[in-house]
Design a binder for this molecule. Structure first.
Ligand code: E4P
Length: 218
């Protein structure tokens, strides 16, 4: 399973990259705003900075919601850097745009997916990634992981090449459960990755090993 970090914060991206297990980055307009990045040129420059920090795919989201404008914006984003994946919302014009981009060889991430029907449409349109938002489903008492499992089953039935990018991951158990189900990618905060490190028996075991070494070696 690929690990993406879901942030536009360069320090956090750097830290995740330094672990050596990072496969890419997802951003969205809210995450860019959170970092105080505004204005078209600043946003484009920020995407380029992210691409320079990581080796893998970097999702950059279109703001346009109308077909022609999405195409124009998506082309600008895709031309920024070979690592850019154009993130397109799951709306009617978005599906048309994904089909267009797919035919042009431009990679896409279909975002804001909350149902199997939407995931099926994204795959039919040729999306490179589909992003079901599991945390936001959990927030409204709906089983986000169940959606990942259903999409996995449907994509496997037909060998759809679209990769399931479990998004809106909030914690380590989401990561582990997505891996059990067979999501291709997960994207979450830095804490959802670093949290996987933690176990009290590792800490106490290491402390004991070091204490024993020190006792034996003066
Ligand atoms: C997906 O790519 C989105 O950026 C993201 O995962 C949304 O997560 P949130 O629900 O925690 O905002």
């Amino acid at each position: 399973m690929k690990f993406f970090i879901d942030t536009a914060n360069l320090d956090q991206i750097r830290e995740a990259q330094s672990l050596g297990v990072l496969d890419g980055v997802t951003t969205n307009p809210s995450l860019m705003a959170k970092e105080g990045i505004s204005g078209q040129q600043a946003i484009l420059d920020h995407y380029k900075s992210i691409c320079q920090l990581v080796d893998g795919d970097v999702s950059a989201e279109v703001i346009a919601t109308e077909y022609e404008a999405m195409i124009e914006e998506g082309k600008i984003l895709a031309a920024l850097h070979p690592q850019i994946v154009v993130k397109v919302p799951m709306i009617k014009d978005g599906i048309k745009a994904i089909k267009y981009f797919s035919d042009q060889g431009i990679r896409t991430n279909c975002t804001l997916v909350f149902s199997v029907g939407q995931a099926l449409l994204a795959a039919k349109a040729g999306a490179t990634y589909v992003s079901p938002f599991i945390g936001r489903l959990d927030d409204i008492s709906t089983d986000g992981l169940h959606l990942i499992a259903e999409i996995r089953g449907i994509y496997d039935n037909y060998d759809f090449p679209t990769q399931i990018l479990a998004a809106s991951v909030r914690h380590t158990m989401h990561v582990i459960d997505c891996a059990k189900i067979g999501a291709d990618v997960m994207t979450g905060p830095l804490s959802s990755i670093t949290g996987l490190l933690k176990h009290p028996l590792t800490d106490s075991g290491l402390a004991q090993f070091l204490a024993d070494y020190n006792r034996a070696n003066g």
